[in-house]
Design a protein around this ligand. Structure first.
Ligand code: GUN
Length: 296
């Protein structure tokens, strides 16, 4: 008989991280540094509006000052580019977050590249992604203070909480997005895993997943990963947030069958989701400290 997996409680871990950040922000403020985050939302996408609203609320709770910039849905690339430049110049802004996806008429690559790499709260600037790939291991990534994309960083913090050591383990990432799949694969590699990135063209996906000691599902398809795809005792990280027609939220993993096989598993909701914002706050504070130190 299989034991039921341990649940990795993202809500609890996120609350702990946010409490630590709040204390750190108080300390920084008393020495004259007020960390600031600017968000830029283009258009009216309802989910994006909710996400951006949650980011401002979290900033407020942590004592981080936040600036909410919005542009109309028909804004052109040049207008968005100019707004990013303005935020780059603003000394009160230490972190910039351009909410994705941008409307289709916008050149997203041009906009993400316009963000000052030293204010890149999301870690999506090609320079920072390149530095992430170039770094030898996690120790170097941390020592260099490279901003790491928030959801992948949240996944790594949750994996760390299991106490499972990663060196030499097989990690399979299902999904190859810029926001999750590719950076989380880089982080697992920097943690000395043997990493496979699977995607929609991967052959025999269930067999690939069954090799995983660590499985990260980031595909955006409700309950796609079934219990029969999971290696006994694996660490399963479910990044999916899929809304049914009735408004119920499901992960990419079929929790009931998977939790009978896994050793550790994140629930949805209450797993990776709450970690993303906590990591955004962490990145913002780190960028603020770095800019302060650089100015001396
Ligand atoms: N859209 C979905 N996830 C993210 C994220 O982590 N950052 C930004 N900027 N946009 C997103």
């Amino acid at each position: 008989m299989n034991a039921t997996a341990h649940i990795i409680d993202g809500k609890k871990v996120s609350a702990e991280v946010r409490a630590e950040i709040k204390t750190e922000v108080e300390r920084l403020k008393s020495s004259g540094l007020v960390p600031g985050l600017a968000t830029l939302l283009v258009g009216e996408d309802p989910a994006s509006k909710i996400y951006v609203g949650s980011k401002h609320k979290a900033c407020q709770e942590a004592g981080i000052v936040s600036f909410n910039h919005t542009l109309p849905k028909d804004a052109d690339t040049e207008t968005v580019f100019q707004k990013v430049q303005e935020l780059n110049r603003d000394p009160k802004v230490h972190g910039i977050l351009v909410q994705l996806p941008l409307p289709s008429q916008i050149d997203s690559e041009k906009i993400l590249t316009a963000v000052d790499p030293n204010k890149d709260a999301d870690g999506f600037h090609p320079t920072n992604l390149g530095r992430l790939i170039s770094a030898k291991d996690m120790k170097e990534i941390n020592a260099l203070g490279i901003p790491i994309p928030c959801t992948p960083l949240g996944c790594m913090v949750l994996i760390e909480k299991t106490g499972v050591s990663l060196a030499g383990k097989n990690a399979v990432v299902v999904g190859r997005s810029l926001i999750v799949g590719k950076p989380v694969a880089a982080l697992l590699l920097a943690s000395h895993c043997t990493v496979t990135i699977a995607h929609s063209k991967t052959q025999n996906l269930p067999a690939v997943c069954r090799e995983a000691d660590v499985l990260v599902a980031a595909v955006g398809r409700a309950k796609m990963v079934e219990g029969s795809w999971i290696k006994e005792g694996a660490v399963v990280i479910d990044v999916g947030i899929n809304r049914s027609a009735e408004g119920k939220i499901f992960g990419d993993v079929d929790f009931d069958s998977a939790s009978a096989k896994a050793g550790w598993i994140t629930p949805v909701p209450g797993g990776v989701g709450p970690m993303t914002i906590a990591m955004l706050l962490r990145n913002t504070v780190a960028l603020a400290k770095k800019s302060h130190n650089a100015r001396g």
